[in-house]
Design a protein around this ligand. Structure first.
Ligand code: FBP
Length: 255
């Protein structure tokens, strides 16, 4: 099947997304200053010309649906999420919003995190597998966040496990995988190769002290064949979010 479910959230095959699911994943501690306010983030997404903003169900309902943002910025609805408190063992992030409801909220794509290596990874494969089918029946894209975690994962950012993460996206039918950087352009090329026809975007990571460091990572991902980045903290924890957005976009779209 060649239907391009990503058309609405890409520009000439490339993309930049503003991620804001951290209220659940990390808690308010990771939302300093103005970033606690979803409207602040949506303004950045709109003014920065992002290909989409990534929100959970509640924020989408209260701040996006029937607002100016709905007309200006496409929505990727994050269908699962876990809090950052339980440290007792294998992670399992269950679905908390249906594809049908995501569509009602105006989403053109849905996202779901899989913790590869957790004792529960197969259950997440099953949930995401069903989500892919439902999304595609609704002509929506399905995006997998694939993050290696757990007792049996020695190094969560090794090239080998990152390539495996990318491949899981392809095997499950994801249109796109959102994964962490694994250290070099050459190793990331193997990641992109493992993902095959599933597109690869960088998952931003914690705010780096020096913005140049982050921009180098984006450059490397693009040189390796990635199609863009989904960034959160490195943009909205930045003192000048629109300036850093422009720098990231220059790399992604004019590389
Ligand atoms: P960032 O660019 O801020 O890292 O956001 C990307 C993201 O995938 C979010 O969507 C998610 O909440 C977070 O990172 C998860 O990060 P981690 O599990 O590494 O703490």
């Amino acid at each position: 099947m060649t239907t391009d479910y990503l058309k609405k959230i890409t520009t000439r095959g490339k993309a930049i997304y503003l991620a804001y699911d951290h209220g659940m994943e990390h808690g308010p501690e990771d939302l300093p200053g103005k970033s606690i306010d979803p409207a602040y983030i949506l303004d950045i997404a709109m003014q920065g010309g992002y290909n989409a903003v990534i929100l959970g169900k509640g924020v989408a309902e209260k701040y996006y649906k029937d607002s100016i943002y709905e007309m200006k910025v496409p929505l990727i609805l994050k269908l699962n999420g876990k809090a950052n408190i339980w440290k007792g063992g294998d992670l399992f992030s269950r679905q908390n919003c249906s594809v049908a409801y995501a569509k009602e909220l105006g989403a053109v794509a849905v996202g779901y995190t899989i913790f590869l290596g957790s004792a529960h990874d197969e259950e997440m494969f099953v949930e995401f597998g069903r989500i892919v089918e439902e999304a595609h029946h609704n002509k929506m894209a399905a995006i997998a966040w694939v993050y290696p975690r757990g007792e049996y994962v020695k190094d969560i950012e090794s090239p080998e496990i990152t390539a495996y993460a990318a491949r899981i996206g392809l095997e499950l039918g994801a249109d796109m995988v959102k994964i962490k950087y694994c250290g070099s352009t050459n190793s990331f090329k193997k990641v992109v190769e493992a993902a095959g026809k599933t597109k690869v975007v960088l998952s931003g990571g914690p705010k780096l002290e020096r913005e140049e460091e982050f921009l180098e990572v984006v450059k490397s991902v693009m040189n390796a064949g990635g199609i863009g980045a989904a960034v959160g903290r490195n943009v909205w924890q930045h003192p000048k979010p629109l300036e850093i957005t422009k720098k990231i976009k220059d790399i992604i779209f004019e590389n």
